[in-house]
Design a protein around this ligand. Sequence first.
Ligand code: FEO
Length: 392
Amino acid sequence: MKPREIVPGVLAVGAQDFDRRLFDALIPLPDGTSYNAYLVRGREKTALVDAVEPTMLHVLEAYLEDVPRVDYVISNHTEQDHSGGLPWVLERYPAAQLLSSEPAKPMLADHLGLDAAKIRTVADGEKIDLGGKTLRFIYTPWVHWPETMSTYLEEDKVLFSCDWFGSHMAQTDLFIDGADCILAEAKRYYAEIMMPFRKIVQKDLDKIKDLDIRLIAPSHGPIHRDPQSIIQAYRDWTDDKPHNTVVIPWVTMHGSTAILVGRLVDALAARGVTVFPFNMATADIGKLAMSLVDAATLVVAAPTVHVGPHPMVFNAVVLANALRPKVRFAAIVGSYGWAGKMADTLKAAMPNLKVELLPAVICKGLPKPSDLEAIDKLADAIAAKHREAGLF
Ligand code: FEO
């Protein structure tokens, strides 16, 4: 199998995984994914940037069949979908030096059992010369592990960014321009793994702002031929100002919570607020995560199971709490049969969300006219808060 060239002397040697549907036993992959790796050939030396997920190692092996020598193996990120193939690579090229960031060294030993003594760490800003191809290492922590770094090929202006700017997407085309579809896929990926570190990602963006970048070659999804469109999207996703949107994860058991949610969706829309409701019985949690990237308000709507919230909505709150979106306001809506602590349990599950809690609307059994009026007042309060915040 012959690898394709992305610029002269730089070959794509990663694998497309069209069939994978779940990552981390959690994250849906509607369009599969890829594990990108790149071979950079200078006049004197050759470097491999990242490896692949072990299940797709046969693809990397085939690409490297006619590559007799690799001098450097660069690990931008320790997670196994990029590092899992490293033991095989190091066995195939015993003279190669494994290069990583300083924090990555113990992690590569912990996660892969590699001998830390054989790993050479590179400093932030350090360069290696392959002969007409200069690789500069840029520490870009928390995209999305503490050890992550990017590698910049100076002569060709290619940024090998690993996870950030990537997207879970398998396709045969190597490149994509600033199309909406790729921004949506990249937003899904950002939401799922990088949103909790939004403030640090802002600093990483500042760090590369003066780099002259012609191509961003991430470790998942296609290579960005219009790097500024994805960089600008990251600026928008990470900045502090939310959009005029409300996200409502909800479920219903006998229809009461559905009536409240339906009323709230209509009331917010009538007041000029965009709403993203997610029935958690069937929702794609990737889309829920994407909607949380920009949302100003989270409304959690749950019926009561025994004395607590319905577990599917509880899970959505646990996820939102872990993702730390920039939401500013929250409210709890729901129903119960005879008694319960549903609202208290939900409130306690979101300590990471720095939100102003708006009055809850909890009804006993079927919603009564007074409950629907309370929903209309909640919609009034949300619209007023968004207006005061300058969101519309
Ligand atoms: Fe694609 Fe964090 O691994």
